[in-house]
Design a protein. Structure first.
Length: 181
């Protein structure tokens, strides 16, 4: 896998930071924008959906950057994370009170749990069956953590974008030639 260009990562992270902040701001203040959102609950659902969908490119970009550190399961973990964000965004678009919203959130939480547990499988010792069983159990256990992650994704995405922006900026500055006196 080819490492992504630091300048491209920085530019994409900056764009995703702006988009993520827009989603978070709308989730909190969207009710003041009467033509778009009928009430504060509808605004929060729209903002959370927007933030979840906006975090999908961030997950892909972070996966590309972190792949050398997380190992060969990174693409599958990123795919699970993106599926979790798509499920979260779809559940939020259904709106509060919809019969299927909570089901969508639980699916998103489970997918996010497996996305966080999958890279840890490389440290499991034993045979293939043992590794699969342990990762499956870790994924189910991590679903408890996955629920707050997907629920707060609209607010966590700008933080992740900012971290990625700073890391790309720092790595590009560390490669600049220094003048000595």
């Amino acid at each position: 896998m080819i490492a992504p260009n630091r300048r491209a990562v920085g530019g994409a992270a900056l764009a995703l930071l702006i988009v993520g902040l827009a989603g978070a701001v709308f989730a909190v203040t969207g009710s003041a924008w009467a033509p778009i959102a009928a009430n504060s609950t509808h605004a929060m659902n729209l903002g959370l959906a927007y933030g979840a969908f906006a975090s999908i490119p961030l997950l892909v970009l972070a996966g590309r950057v972190l792949a050398p550190h997380l190992g060969p399961t990174t693409p599958r973990a990123v795919l699970l994370g993106c599926a979790a964000m798509a499920a979260q965004g779809s559940a939020q678009l259904l709106g509060a009170g919809h019969a299927l919203q909570w089901n969508g959130l639980l699916i998103a939480a489970t997918l996010m749990g497996f996305a966080t547990a999958l890279p840890l499988g490389r440290w499991v010792t034993g045979g293939r069956f043992t590794c699969i069983a342990v990762v499956a159990l870790m994924g189910l256990a991590a679903s408890v953590v996955g629920l707050p992650l997907v629920m707060m994704s609209a607010f966590l995405a700008p933080v992740g974008s900012a971290v990625l922006l700073v890391l790309s900026w720092r790595s590009s500055n560390s490669r600049q030639p220094r003048l000595s006196s």
